[in-house]
Every structure is written in structure tokens, then in C-alpha cells.
Design a protein around this ligand. Structure first.
Ligand SMILES: Nc1ncnc2c1ncn2[C@@H]1O[C@H](COP(=O)(O)OP(=O)(O)O)[C@@H](O)[C@H]1O
Ligand SMILES: [Mg+2]
Ligand SMILES: [Zn+2]
Length: 292
């Protein structure tokens, strides 16, 4: 909403910008108007007034569909000194890993759209903070005026599957259109369900066309490139403050879940960030023992 007492637009939410007609190639949404006291025409556009700006970013955030449980996620509240270094020999490494992941993701968001990478792949066990960092990046980019979209991988597959209708492709396109065209897409929990071959085809199509159009895709996944126990950078003996052993078993690798073609596309389009931290929810919220 516009501010009712705005001196620029008088509360309408619109202001005009003008340019001399000849200089301007784009004419859509504009009209010509003589410059007072002369024969010269100027071209006038109506644009949203500055006083609606806050609102516009709020709407853009709304369209990004970030789930409520991740709304708080920001770089400022991503803690990288979680582990009390006295409590275990591996803890400084984990702190350092979190710090690195945050630095790289934050730089990526800051440099967008000028940066060299077309995507980020945040890999690591459950609760390590992957979605938190992904959402923080998405938010920052959307708040600067780009379009962004959060999609849970499983949800997306379900929606595509649900909308698929051999007779009419329109509803399928309705689901896909924003996914294909958002400046930045965060696809969360990649691999979390094992899709049918044609659904996988669709995922491949989404990633390919975004890559070809140089649109940014941020992805998170619990699946790694090796199957079996998660290779935490910790000695086998290390225990977390909660008493849990450090490893998260995963039967499949990311390639098992997505196939070779998509995995190698991801290598091409993404910078990989590994986040090997224990489950934040369990370790930090419940144990409450870390950090002095
Ligand atoms: N380093 C961190 N600092 C602050 N909050 C964190 C951190 N890591 C995780 N969290 C919080 O813990 C919860 C789980 O993290 P999340 O990013 O969903 O993990 P993942 O996506 O890796 O499974 C979220 O609410 C998130 O905000
Ligand atoms: Mg997650
Ligand atoms: Zn105004």
C-alpha cells in the first residue's frame, strides 16, 4: 500500500517518470505529452512510487513461498560458533566448516547476479543448517528485487504428478512456469523421494533449462556422493554432547536417487558446499550444553 501522505504520489502509489520521446525505444506502458511551452514531446511512464517499495518486497517475499518454519533463517542468525572447543577435538573443525559454508553462501547471495556460479549445492546430514543457509540466500536476493521461489522437492514432484494430464498440458505448465522462470529457485531436500522415470525427466528438464537460461538454482540434499555412513570429519570415537555417535547412515548416494545425468548436470551448474555438522535441533536446542 502507498503511504497516504506521500508527497510524490499523493497516496495513489504511482508516480510518473519522463524522458524525451526520441531517445526512448521502449514505449510500452507510456504515453506522449508535450513539454510545456514547446513543440517537443516527452514520453511519460507511470511507475510504482517509492513509498510502495517496502510493500513490494513484502509481496515478493510472499511470492517466494518460504515456509513459516524457515522464515527466521538469515545469515545474521546462522551461528558458526556452536561447539565449545573444549568439549571435543573435532569441534573446532565443525565450527570452521560452518563458518566456511556461511561465508561462501553469503558471498554468493551478495554477488548475485554478477557472480560466476549458476548454482549452489548444499550437501550434508539432516539438521546441519543447509535449508537455513539456502533460505538466507534466497531472502537476501529477493529483498533486492529479484524473483525467488522456495520449493520442497517432494512437494514439487507431487504437484507435477498431480497436475499431469495427458489430455491437457496446461495445468502442468501452470506448476512449472514459475519454477522455470524465477530468478532464483531453492529446491529443498533434493532426492528425498525416489521419483518415477518421467518425473525425473521433468526434474532434469527444470535444471537444464534453468542452467541454459543462466538462472540460479540453490539446492539442498541429505544425500552425498558416497553411500553408506556419512563421512563426518570426526574420529569414530567422537561423541556429541547428547551422547549420539557422529554418523548418519544413508543407504543411497545422490546419484542413486537422481541418476547419473542429473548428478553430472549438478556438477556443472553448482558450486558444492559440504556442511558436516551434527543435527542442530538435537544438539543445540535440546542438549543446550554447547557454547560457553
Ligand atoms: N548454525 C546454525 N545456527 C542457527 N540455527 C541453525 C543452525 N543450523 C541449523 N539451525 C536451525 O536448526 C533447524 C534445522 O536446520 P535446517 O537448516 O533445517 O537443517 P537441514 O536443512 O540441514 O536439515 C532450523 O530451524 C535452522 O534454523
Ligand atoms: Mg533441510
Ligand atoms: Zn508515494
Amino acid at each position: 500500500m502507498a503511504q497516504p501522505d506521500c508527497p510524490l504520489c499523493g497516496g495513489t502509489g504511482w508516480k510518473t517518470v519522463e524522458r524525451v520521446a526520441e531517445e526512448e525505444k521502449m514505449t510500452r506502458g507510456s504515453w506522449l505529452k508535450p513539454i510545456e511551452g514547446t513543440d517537443t514531446l516527452k514520453r511519460v511512464w507511470a511507475v510504482p512510487c517509492d513509498c510502495t517499495g517496502k510493500d513490494r518486497s513484502a509481496r515478493a517475499m510472499g511470492r517466494a513461498r518460504i515456509p513459516t518454519r524457515y522464515e527466521h533463517c538469515d545469515f545474521d542468525n546462522f551461528d558458526t560458533k556452536l561447539y565449545d572447543i573444549e568439549n571435543g577435538p573435532e569441534f573446532p573443525k565443525w565450527n570452521h566448516g560452518l563458518e566456511q559454508a556461511k561465508v561462501v553462501t553469503e558471498a554468493f547471495a551478495r554477488d548475485y547476479p554478477a557472480g560466476p556460479d549458476t548454482g549452489l549445492l548444499l550437501m550434508g546430514p539432516c539438521g546441519a543448517g543447509k535449508t537455513h543457509l539456502g533460505v538466507a540466500a534466497l531472502r537476501q536476493i529477493v529483498l533486492r528485487g529479484h524473483t525467488g521461489l522456495f520449493y520442497d522437492y517432494r512437494e514439487l514432484l507431487k504437484e507435477i504428478q498431480g497436475s499431469y494430464n495427458p489430455e491437457s498440458q496446461t495445468s502442468e505448465l501452470g506448476v512449472l512456469e514459475p519454477v522455470l522462470t524465477a530468478d532464483v529457485l531453492l529446491l529443498d531436500d533434493l532426492g528425498s523421494s525416489k521419483p518415477s522415470p518421467w518425473a525425473l525427466e521433468t526434474v532434469g528438464h527444470i535444471l537444464n533449462s534453468r542452467y541454459n537460461e543462466r538462472r540460479i538454482t540453490l539446492l539442498t540434499t541429505n544425500y552425498l556422493d558416497t553411500s553408506g555412513p556419512t563421512p563426518m570429519p570426526a574420529s569414530r570415537k567422537t561423541q556429541l554432547p547428547s551422547g549420539q555417535a557422529v554418523s548418519a547412515a544413508r543407504e543411497d548416494s545422490l546419484t542413486d536417487r537422481l541418476g547419473m545425468r542429473i548428478r553430472s548436470r549438478l556438477y556443472e551448474m553448482c558450486r558444492t558446499i559440504e556442511l558436516f555438522a551434527p543435527d542442530y535441533r538435537r544438539e543445540v536446542r535440546q542438549a543446550g550444553r554447547m557454547r560457553s
